[in-house]
Design a protein around this ligand. Sequence first.
Ligand code: SAH
Length: 226
Amino acid sequence: MEDKAVLLREIAAEARACADWTGRPRLSARVAAAMEAVPRERFVPPGEMSLAYINAPLPIGHGQTISQPFIVAIMTELLDLTAESSVLEIGTGSGYQAAVLAEIARDIYSIEVIPELAAQAHENLQRCGYERVHLRVGDGHAGWAEHAPYDAIIVTAAAPVIPTALVDQLKAGGRMVIPIGLPGAGQMLTVVEKSASGEIRTKGVLPVAFVPMVHAPAPSGRPTIH
Ligand code: SAH
């Protein structure tokens, strides 16, 4: 698809332009291949399909958005995934980011707080054959303890501080990428590294604008979707 080739060039150009911030002037071959492989048009609402390969976030209902492709690419890059990685995502949304992660890593666990979005993401992922993405409805602040620790954690909604449970569920030597800040007050995409000895180092890498990570009133008790 021609639009996709244009988008991939735009992402590469934006990565170069943001390199002073991110320290990543180029996408690795595996992230570039993942961005190429995932059909983004299958993760946007039918009415938005013609815009799927524009480098912009798009509405997916319930006041939420599928992230801008460049942001998906650079967040994936910053996780330094391998084919063996086990990854936790907070904020499934459309399932698109989870699909990109699944192109590279071994197991993807993703939590979404809005049940209708989780159901739609499940359908999107199934249709595209992403079997190694496991979804669950709930409040991501608590993480997903059963499958912890994770090599990488990606949070696709902004939090004022790094949720403690997520730090606990990160493997020694693991990396987390999370937008930190209050909505409207400026957020900083932040890389959290846990050293082999369990020491935490954080580094702000890029100003970003994400929807806020909300607090669910109570554990929903809903079962895992698949
Ligand atoms: N990664 C998504 C984009 C996510 S937008 C994609 O690729 O399409 C952020 C998502 O985080 C929204 O769907 C929102 O409902 C969800 N969210 C917000 N607070 C949350 C929480 N506490 N736990 C889990 N999901 C949350």
